[in-house]
Design a binder for this molecule. Structure first.
Ligand code: WQD
Length: 337
């Protein structure tokens, strides 16, 4: 298929490009490089030996979208472009709604203008909010605790209404758990611009000597070692879930959410220990109070994705940490290395 990938130069987008091309899909990227660099696409091209058409622009810009649609004529769109920092979303709610909700609306309008009817959406497990039960299945109530989570849920609702009202349309809503890891080539990976918010890139920067110690946010949760439990998913598995979703969307109509996680959870201390095995030295840590808005535990029930998309996570914890370490140590300054 011809697949337009918005935000294709980002962390998950770039890994997805490689998996799409490996399966014979043709790809085109629209990215405004607000949290990415064009160097990513150079590396994707050299790794794939394939063609990556790219446009620099904003997903909220209708003229830009029309130019992309008319030039590339996509059969389907994978929509990654968006903002993703939970803390920042509380400080800049209008920006988050504008980009994440407004961007999705502008994209659907542009798809309508060229009769493109298939979309895979980058959603988040954060739409569930405080667990009523775990693991979360897709029927779990949605009650996001942040503006970021709200913006993802609003976009999901728009995509659901659109798919219902549009003949032959399919919206596949992929609710990611905690993506980590890097491509086995160590040429692409996660490259946060500022101080990392997320656990794995922070640990990686401590391991490579860029930061002194990991701050563990709370060890008084009701979990086996007191630290937070999360369902970490290897980014290559996550990328493959998009290819599976695309195959599904080809013959589907309507909207459907899918959890994309492994169904296993690990604590902050488990992640540190696994990373120490990967890098061969100790990761210094210091303890701090709980981070505002954090929950004790999150875990996916990914049965639906297995049954309906034929997708299963294949990479375990040691793959996640080893690939992160390989990427970080080969590129200590990310794409500027
Ligand atoms: C994981 C665990 C922290 C950093 C967020 C978003 C979610 C999704 C993924 C999507 C928690 C602990 C972390 C640190 C720590 N984003 N931690 N020290 O909060 O589960 O999810 O990212 O785009 O929507 O909410 O991920 O990696 O920040 O935290 O102790 O320096 O690590 O308290 O238990 P989180 P995370």
């Amino acid at each position: 298929m011809r697949v337009l990938v918005t935000g294709g130069a980002g962390y998950i987008g770039s890994h997805t490009l490689l998996e799409l091309m490996a399966q014979g899909h043709e790809v085109c990227v629209l990215d405004n490089y607000s949290n990415a660099t064009p160097e990513v696409l150079n590396r994707v091209r050299s790794l794939s030996n394939g063609t990556v058409t790219d446009f620099t622009g904003d997903v909220r810009d209708p003229a830009m979208l029309d130019e992309v649609m008319q030039n590339f004529r996509p059969d389907a769109v994978i929509h990654f472009a968006g903002l993703k920092a939970v803390g920042e979303s509380e400080e800049k709610p209008l920006v988050y709604y504008d980009v994440n909700v407004g961007g999705t609306l502008a994209l659907l309008h542009a798809m309508d203008r060229v009769n493109c009817r298939k979309i895979i959406f980058s959603s988040s497990a954060t739409v569930y909010g405080e667990p009523v039960y775990l693991p979360y299945d897709e029927a779990h109530p949605t009650a996001p605790m942040s503006v970021y989570g709200q913006s993802k849920l609003m976009a999901e609702n728009i995509l659901t209404n659109w798919a219902k009202a549009t003949p032959d349309a399919s919206s596949v809503l992929l609710r990611y758990f905690n993506p980590v890891g890097a491509h086995h080539s160590s040429r692409i990976g996660e490259d946060p611009k500022d101080i990392p918010n997320n656990l794995m890139p922070f640990i990686a920067q401590v391991a490579v000597g860029k930061r002194d110690a990991l701050t563990v946010f709370g060890d008084d949760y009701d979990t086996p070692d007191g630290t937070g439990l999360r369902d970490y998913i290897h980014v290559v598995d996550l990328a493959r879930a998009h290819v599976a979703a695309l195959n599904y969307a080809e013959n589907a109509t309507g909207a459907r959410p899918f959890n994309i996680g492994t169904g296993q959870s690990y604590s902050v201390r488990d992640m540190v220990a696994a990373f120490e095995r990967a890098c061969g030295h100790t990761i210094p840590t210091k303890l701090a109070p709980r981070r505002a808005g954090d929950i004790a535990a999150m875990q996916a029930d990914a049965t639906r994705a297995s049954q309906e998309l034929g997708w299963n996570a294949e990479h375990g914890l040691d793959d996640m940490t080893a690939s992160t370490w390989a990427w970080q140590s080969a590129n200590p300054n990310g794409y500027d290395s």
